[in-house]
Design a protein around this ligand. Sequence first.
Ligand SMILES: NC(=O)c1ccc[n+]([C@@H]2O[C@H](COP(=O)([O-])OP(=O)(O)OC[C@H]3O[C@@H](n4cnc5c(N)ncnc54)[C@H](O)[C@@H]3O)[C@@H](O)[C@H]2O)c1
Length: 265
Amino acid sequence: MDLDLQDKSVIVTGGASNIGRAIVLGFAAEGAKITIADLDTAAGEKVAALALKQGASAARVVKTDVTDLASVQNLFREANDQHGGIHCLVNNVGWDKLMFFTQTTPDLWQKLIAINYVGVLNCTKTALEYMTPAGGGSILSISSDASRQGEAREAVYGGLKAAVNSFMKTIAKENGRYNIRCNCVCPGVTVPDSVDETSENSMWKEKNSMFTDEQFAAIAKTLPLKRIGKPSDVANAVVFLSSQQAAGFITGQVLSASGGYSMIG
Ligand SMILES: NC(=O)c1ccc[n+]([C@@H]2O[C@H](COP(=O)([O-])OP(=O)(O)OC[C@H]3O[C@@H](n4cnc5c(N)ncnc54)[C@H](O)[C@@H]3O)[C@@H](O)[C@H]2O)c1
């Protein structure tokens, strides 16, 4: 199926690493013009070069801190000027540190709120300012299955991802009249093939920073599809939902791409 993403201008936040990197390469295969918004520009440039090799009609990196509205406004100005508008935004930046709630501190809560929630607000507000007068677009946020059923050691993060789901549904209701579609994709545990596919700030920079090999094997066993997620598993769902051609009547939805870890009716 032709997804009609050729030459469409796409912003992927956190596109320098793991899932964001795979999303960039997914759009590249469709011939999109991609802007990678990340703190780590060196890793971002490597992904941009690969994206160009794999079919992107343009790929650029703009150093961005999604928690800072002025930095986000600069990102959108550059992407709009260089790529002729903004058709799709993927709010992919997210971060967590696994620990029980009793071990967390207010400083950690503030960091989690800024990265996982304020970043989505900054980018979505700015995207709406471009997409509304332009006649439409797609905004997609990467949430998490931790938002759907709770996850031990992810109390604050899971709560914030649930807030992202609810926020995106409201934005979908408020902006459908402007032909702007808003959806979420929830990964489960999704691991890069190698640390070469991660950036400096990545949660996966150290091979076993999140889980041990034994824990990965135990997690895989519990999943109906019996394996851990790959970044491309998430990217395929994102590219589909971002395509007006393929998903033009889908908005306000939360889709898990997690091997059946959660099944919400
Ligand atoms: N990997 C998983 O198992 C998993 C599971 C569920 C949900 N998710 C979600 O998927 C998304 C991507 O996860 P990942 O594993 O690819 O992450 P990652 O840690 O590998 O990469 C995150 C990227 O975001 C960038 N970044 C961090 N803070 C930033 C900021 N303030 N401004 C701009 N860029 C910033 C980092 O430099 C990095 O390149 C996140 O939203 C995460 O919460 C991941």
